[in-house]
Structure formats: C-alpha cells, structure tokens
Write a protein that binds this ligand. Structure first.
Ligand SMILES: Nc1ncnc2c1ncn2[C@@H]1O[C@H](COP(=O)(O)OP(=O)(O)OP(=O)(O)O)[C@@H](O)[C@H]1O
Ligand SMILES: [Mg+2]
Length: 225
C-alpha cells in the first residue's frame, strides 16, 4: 500500500500541558488516488499532514509511505522520505526574491540528478502543464494568487513525487482559480500516478476526491463519496 497509517496518536506538549490532537488515526491511500480530509479548525488535519509529509516525528502508531516506516527512521531517513513528497500549502510559500523558474527549480536542487540545464527544461515543461509556460522569468509578486498557487503546484510536482500533501491549497483563492488548481492537482496526480492527500474546507474541491475522510477532535472517519 503506497500510504498506510494505523493507530497513529500524537500529543503536543508534555505533563499538565499535554494535548492529544490525534487519536488512533488510520487510513490508506493508493497511487493515483485523491483523498480529501475535511474537519473543523483545530481538529488535527495539519498535524496529520505534517506527520505524513515526514515533517514531524511521532511516537505512537505506524506510518508507512512507499515502503518507508516513518516512525522508525532517523533524521536522515526522514530527509530522504521528504524528497519523494511534494508539498502545497495555503499560500506565502513562493520565494519572492526568486523568479518563477527559480522557484520551480528549487524543487529539484536536492535530487542527485540535479543539473541546471535539465532542471530548466523540467521546470518549463511543468509550468506549461499548469498553464504558465510564458511566465518563467516573472517574479511571484507580479502574479495573481491563483497563478502563484499554480507555480506552487508546478514546484511540488516537478520532481515527480510519489506523494503530494496539500494543506488547504485553495483557501486563499477565488472560486474559479480554486477549481483550476484542484483540477490541475487531480489531473497531474493521475497522470504521474502519485498519491494525493489534501485537507480542505472548500466544498468546491470535493468533486476531485476518490476518498473522503472527516477529522473531528483528532479522530478520523470515512465519509461516503
Ligand atoms: N505546535 C503546536 N503546539 C501546541 N499545540 C499545537 C501546535 N500546533 C497545533 N496545535 C494544536 O493542535 C490542534 C490541531 O491543530 P491543527 O493545526 O492540526 O488543526 P487543523 O485541523 O489543521 O485546523 P485548521 O483547519 O484551522 O487549519 C489545535 O488545537 C492546535 O491549537
Ligand atoms: Mg490546518
């Protein structure tokens, strides 16, 4: 199974300040499949996504991402796991001092096969795929929110990740741009065969889901799609 979680629990803080925000969470996701997680603010969605994305370590439960057991791996293992994961966040995640090309290419620098000329070709192809083939030399500040988010999608996907983690990717967008971004994520994920796990409050994104989960007070349950 490409992504599988079982019995995951997570607590912020210790002692009297301890707060358990994930309780016995289990889920599975297949390649090419889109899982959408909904749930009230503070229910634990971002916490779960940061664990799945190897950005946060945990002590209780099993999390396996394409064969890596994240709970048993050391810092180096987490860094390696992270290279097979693409992240898309709500906003403010492009570097303003870098051009669009450079932002997208930043997704490639850590790869062993990184090479400036090849990186530019891959960045250009991915920008074209998100409809921004002519904007590579522009800077993020000259683009709309929807265009910037499409650059973020290109950056997450340019290294052909096995898994895409998206945390409210449409929250800062208008209806039309949000729809475009979710459609792009879905179509590219299907084409590349990667797993997508996306938290969203945006009902207009639900159409893209193969599987819907709902988080409430740290517990995750399946909704019928
Ligand atoms: N670094 C932290 N230290 C302590 N508590 C935290 C920390 N980060 C989050 N929390 C708490 O954990 C709970 C879950 O937060 P989380 O960010 O996972 O929720 P969420 O479902 O993503 O909410 P939202 O929809 O608002 O983004 C919240 O009550 C939050 O206050
Ligand atoms: Mg959140």
């Amino acid at each position: 199974m490409p992504v599988s979680v079982s019995g995951l629990a997570y607590t912020y803080g210790t002692g009297a300040l301890a707060r358990e925000v994930l309780k016995d969470v289990s889920l599975t996701a297949e390649d090419g499949e889109i899982t959408i997680i909904t749930g009230p603010s503070g229910s634990g969605k971002t916490t779960l996504l940061t664990i799945l994305g190897a950005l946060r370590s945990f002590e209780r439960g099993q999390v396996s991402v394409h064969g890596s057991e994240l709970g048993q791996t050391d810092r180096k293992g987490l860094v390696e796991a992270r290279q097979r994961i693409g992240f898309i966040f709500q906003r403010h995640n492009l570097l303003k001092s870098l051009s669009v090309y450079e932002n997208v290419e930043s997704g490639l620098h850590l790869l062993p096969e990184s090479d400036p000329e090849m990186n530019r070709i891959r960045a250009q192809a991915m920008l074209k795929a998100v409809g921004l083939g002519t904007r590579g030399n522009d800077f993020p500040s000259t683009m709309s929110g929807g265009e910037q988010q499409r650059v973020a999608v290109a950056r997450a996907l340019v290294r052909m990740p096995d898994v895409i983690i998206a945390d409210e990717p449409t929250a800062a967008l208008d209806a039309e741009s949000g729809l475009l971004v979710v459609t792009l994520i879905r179509d590219l994920a299907r084409k590349l065969g990667c797993v997508v796990i996306m938290a969203t409050h945006d009902e207009r994104s639900f159409f893209a889901a193969d599987r819907r989960l709902h988080m409430e007070n740290g517990r995750l349950r399946r909704l019928d799609t």
